[in-house]
Ligand binder design. Structure first.
Ligand code: NI
Length: 187
């Protein structure tokens, strides 16, 4: 298991669309384990693979701290089957540390996906569970929670957003430097 670096707002990978998983092998199991470990370490309730720089349709969720009947789950290639109702609540994201905003989301949802073995799984969730799974599925399409908050609220948050964006941009530059080093060290 390994802790992975969570990409911050401003890192371009967060805006890209992830591709479906086709191979259900040891790599996907290791990815899911690392994602759970990274999510728990960051005290989050959900994490999507693009947030650790992997453009594959994989999410992990655990809202059991708020809803004891919720079982931690990894969903691969998740699809929203049904949504019901609407509720506005404060929402955050591990890619936006320290920043939250009110977001309207469905109260309940039903989502289908695959587990690490490639077997079908269905998740029925409400309130925080529904919010978390829909938030993470958004990440797979490059959609961030700030896209759902009002323009006014976004305007009020602009200072904090700009600061985060610089951090995220630095992360992607750091990666580029490592890649360039790797290229220049080739014989
Ligand atoms: Ni997020």
């Amino acid at each position: 298991m390994a802790l992975l670096e969570i990409k911050k707002h401003g890192c371009p990978v967060l805006r890209r669309k992830a591709t479906p998983v086709t191979a259900f092998d040891g790599d996907i199991k290791a990815l899911v384990e690392d994602m759970f470990e990274t999510m728990y370490e960051a005290e989050g309730v959900g994490l999507a693979a693009p947030q650790i720089g992997v453009l594959q349709r994989v999410i992990v969720l655990d809202v059991s701290a708020h809803n004891p009947s919720f079982q931690p789950v990894a969903l691969i290639n998740p699809e929203v089957v049904e949504v019901e109702g609407e509720i506005e609540s404060d929402e955050g994201c591990l890619s936006f540390p320290g920043l939250t905003g009110d977001v309207k989301r469905p109260l309940k949802t039903r989502v289908r996906g695959l587990d690490v073995e490639g077997k079908p799984v269905e998740l029925q969730a409400s309130e925080l569970g529904a919010r978390a799974v829909l938030h993470e599925i958004d990440h797979l399409d490059g959609i961030l929670f700030i896209d759902h908050i009002s323009a006014l609220k976004r305007h009020l948050l602009r200072g904090a957003l700009r600061k985060l964006q610089k951090e995220g941009e630095k992360q992607s530059q750091a990666k580029r430097i490592v890649e360039l080093k790797a290229i220049s060290s080739r014989p």
